[in-house]
Ligand binder design. Structure first.
Ligand code: ADP
Ligand code: ZN
Ligand code: ZN
Length: 786
């Protein structure tokens, strides 16, 4: 019987969710299933593209799309997997997400898979007896052999190693020691005699690499050809080094507060969502560890999500220390190979606990017992490119699917989550004290920069400089937070006010002293720093503002002997750089850790007794309705880095807005008051969690086209949505041009709008139909930077 597979193809700019129907060749009609990758001929030229099988049907009558005739269908040319790489659960999740994130399904599939499986590497085939074996990246050699046996039921195969996607090592065995002993090389070949001797003298377990090191490869091969030795290939995981040099650790006995929360979680029915609100250092992570241990006991798996960057390395160590190789790490700092190896450890069921950043929520775990989202308020849980998903939505979806418990943890929950707890949708659990009773919460002081500006420095108050010196004398460590990277924000002419801007984007270029260039943070454009103003030829052109590099330089001038480690996007771009900096600081190799917000979270250094916030206003002044919330969260998080052990911790916050409630309340570390105050603002100004926003961004290289299309979209929204939704715009985006494209935006605000989802999906369909292919339309539900 001829079977038909529906395939979603990966073709750039195709912009459709329509599956295409293909005939399944008889040789794998028994094997094919939804979730497998295939190569199919596509378009007029019939070039091969990769796709995902979403459905297998027995006749065209069952197909969604009747437009094709059976005799017009093309055949699938290659089946790339033996086992589906996307599970039924993931396929169902993609269906669901498709209607919520307003981007094409293929982009969702790709987000779910490790990149190696998305790339189009040439697959190697082995042909033996005229029969081809289809190589799959998911297959181990053993699986391939099994597959071959399954097909033909006969003999051995020659297997051609493929190396891009697996790391292999060669294992060396002597199949027959007697044969080796009686082997007599001719007298002329001294090297062979030597090699035979070496082999016989080993303890018969000599690793191949060492033997090869002693003999030349041709000799080794010769021995292999004569059947004296056998070379076997074995796969090695690229991630085994994750588990080295971490000493193991045992469960701590919980304090009363922790025990109470732990009991509530453990005793609750499955499928419940908890909001664990606990001050920094209250022992939330210890609760996660113990809940996961309980899940393991009953054979269930767990996911722990942590924010991007800094948290991962330190927090991952704690999970590995407790659970060893049962942990798989899936975060953005892995190489493609490492990520793929870890993914397969999860897929095969070997790893039971996944610790990772945003996309780890797609980890192919089965039988999930608990999903934890640490620092649940963090902005990095929302993906800012297609598919624009909020990981929390997927946490909740998968929690439901697996009847799992969900724990959202934070010292400063997002207003959305906290409001849901108020309404009983989540169960609120509170930890109000630090787990270590000797580690009191730090004492926080606000420095009014309007009165405290030092004449030595534009960035440091007397108070902060004095405090730093005091700590240096005591050999205690200091964390300084500056929420901005680069040397300074921009270069400006003091005579004519000219600012050097990016030629592609409507933004000022940022000065980078290490490379002595002006860089665009949007498109990566770089140029040399001008000596004279390009506009008026004045020499009074210079830099303004302050970035981490400038602060470092200033600090070096003010305190010449001080050792500073700088941590920002620029110093951590190389792999492992991040861990290196933290390790050095932990070992006391520097007095000051200066960094951007990546140092605010999760770090646990007992010798840090001072945290200085150089300018609390940078995040406060962002044109974003969440700016107060972000500031409160950031200050609370960073304050939590001070005095984590016995030593008394202090925090100095420099600000030009000392009366602002976000700053005042973070000084008192009063989340409850902040929540109440901020909710009043949100209600008054109609922001989440009262009203929600959809941001639609229309882009094209010609402004005229953008304007025309934006108005078409706005009209279409007016027509389709009810009066309950408010439509604002179109108007030019705050940064009106980037990457040589003009951007216009339309904002839809709504409280309850039953026609929203349909309308936005219609808009997505419409964008496929407009003739102008260069038009880009982004639909962003609840945008993060807004
Ligand atoms: P959080 O995740 O809330 O910031 P952690 O779990 O990191 O808190 O705990 C803060 C510190 O207290 C850590 O050093 C941790 O090892 C320690 N700790 C946590 N729970 C306990 C406990 N029950 N007994 C002793 N120490 C604990
Ligand atoms: Zn000028
Ligand atoms: Zn640019």
């Amino acid at each position: 019987m001829t079977r038909i597979a529906e395939v979603i193809v990966d073709v750039p700019l195709l912009q459709t969710d329509k599956p295409f129907s293909y005939l399944v060749p008889s040789e794998f009609s028994d094997m094919i299933s939804p979730g497998m990758r295939v190569h199919v001929p596509f378009g007029r030229g019939g070039r091969l593209v990769q796709g995902i099988v979403t459905r297998v049907i027995n006749s065209l009558a069952e197909a969604d799309d009747y437009s094709q005739n059976l005799n017009e269908l093309k055949e699938i040319s290659e089946l790339l997997d033996v086992e589906a790489v996307l599970s039924e659960e993931q396929l169902a999740l993609a269906d669901e997400m498709r209607h919520k994130v307003f981007s094409y399904k293929i982009s969702i599939f790709k987000a779910m898979l490790p990149n190696l499986l998305n790339s189009k590497y040439d697959k190697l085939l082995t042909k033996e007896n005229g029969e081809s074996i289809r190589w799959s990246t998911l297959n181990t050699k053993e699986q391939l052999i099994a597959m071959k046996d399954f097909h033909s039921g006969n003999g051995a195969i020659t297997y051609v190693a493929e190396s891009k996607e697996h790391r292999k090592t060669e294992k060396f065995v002597v199949p027959n020691w007697e044969a080796l002993e009686v082997y007599e090389p001719t007298k002329s070949s001294k090297k062979r005699i030597e090699f035979r001797k070496i082999l016989l003298e080993t303890d018969k377990k000599l690793p191949f690499a060492e033997a090869v090191a002693m003999a030349s490869r041709p000799i080794v091969n010769l021995f292999a050809e004569n059947g004296l030795i056998k070379i076997e290939e074995v796969e090695v995981s690229r991630t085994t080094n994750f588990f080295s040099d971490i000493s193991s650790d045992r469960a701590k006995s919980l304090n009363n507060e922790q025990q109470e929360a732990f009991n509530q979680i453990l005793r609750a029915d499955s499928e419940k969502t908890f909001l664990l609100e606990g001050v920094t250092g209250s022992g939330k992570t210890e609760i996660y560890l113990q809940i996961i241990a309980e899940a393991l006991k009953i054979g269930k798996t767990s996911i722990v999500l942590v924010p991007e960057i800094s948290l991962t390395s330190q927090i991952a160590k704690r999970f590995i220390a407790r659970f060893g190789e049962k942990v798989a790490l899936l975060h953005s700092r892995l190489s493609e190979g490492e990520r793929y190896d870890e993914w397969r450890r999860v897929k095969s069921g070997e790893a039971k606990i996944v610790v990772g950043t945003r996309s780890a929520i797609f980890a192919p775990l089965q039988n999930i017992g608990v999903i934890i989202m640490d620092e649940e308020h963090d902005g990095s849980y929302k993906q800012e490119s297609n598919p624009r998903y909020q990981a929390k939505d997927i946490v909740l979806w998968r929690g439901k699917f697996h009847h799992a418990k969900v724990i959202l943890g934070s010292a400063t929950p997002s207003l959305e989550s906290r409001a849901r707890a108020e309404r009983g949708i989540y169960q609120l659990l509170k930890l109000e004290h630090r787990a270590n009773p000797k580690a009191q919460l730090a004492e926080i002081k606000i420095i009014d920069m309007r009165q405290n500006l030092s004449d030595q420095s534009a960035n440091f108050s007397h108070a902060l400089l004095e405090k730093i010196s005091e700590k240096l004398i005591k050999h205690e460590q200091i964390v300084l937070l500056l929420n901005r990277r680069g040397y300074s924000s921009f270069v400006m002419c003091r005579d004519c006010g000219f600012v050097v801007k990016c030629p592609n984007c409507d933004v000022a270029l940022t000065l980078h002293m290490d490379t002595r260039t002006l860089n665009c943070h949007y498109c990566g454009h770089r140029e040399v720093i001008p000596q004279v103003c390009p506009n008026c030829q004045s020499r009074k052109i210079g830099y303004y503002g302050s970035g981490t590099q400038k602060i470092e330089e200033e600090l070096n001038n003010l305190l010449p002997d001080v050792k500073i480690l700088r941590m920002d996007v620029d110093t951590t771009s190389r792999k492992g750089a991040h861990e290196k900096i933290l390790k050095a600081f932990g070992n006391g190799k520097a007095d000051i850790l200066l960094g951007t917000q990546m140092i605010a979270k999760g770090l646990d250094f007992p010798n840090v007794t001072l945290v200085g916030v150089i300018n609390a206003d940078t995040s406060l002044n962002l044109p974003d309705f969440r700016s107060s919330e972000r500031t409160f969260q950031l200050l609370t998080q960073v304050a939590g880095r001070s005095g984590r052990a016995e030593k008394h911790g202090e925090v100095l916050i420099q600000t030009f807005n000392p009366e602002h409630y976000a700053i005042q309340l973070s000084q008192r570390q009063d989340y409850e008051a902040f929540y109440a105050t901020e909710m009043n603002f949100r209600r008054a100004l109609a922001y989440p969690p009262y009203w929600y926003t959809v941001l639609i961004v229309v882009s094209h290289k010609e402004e005229e086209e953008v304007v025309k299309r934006s108005y078409e979209i706005a009209t279409m929204l007016q027509r389709n949505l009810t009066e309950k939704a408010k439509i604002l715009g179109p108007l030019a985006q705050p940064v009106a041009r980037t990457h040589q494209l003009y951007h216009y935006q339309i904002i839809v605000r709504f409280r309850f709008e039953e026609r929203l989802e349909d309308t936005l999906n219609q808009l997505l369909d419409w964008t496929q139909l407009v003739e102008n292919r260069d038009l880009r339309v982004i639909i962003d539900f609840d945008p993060m930077n807004f």
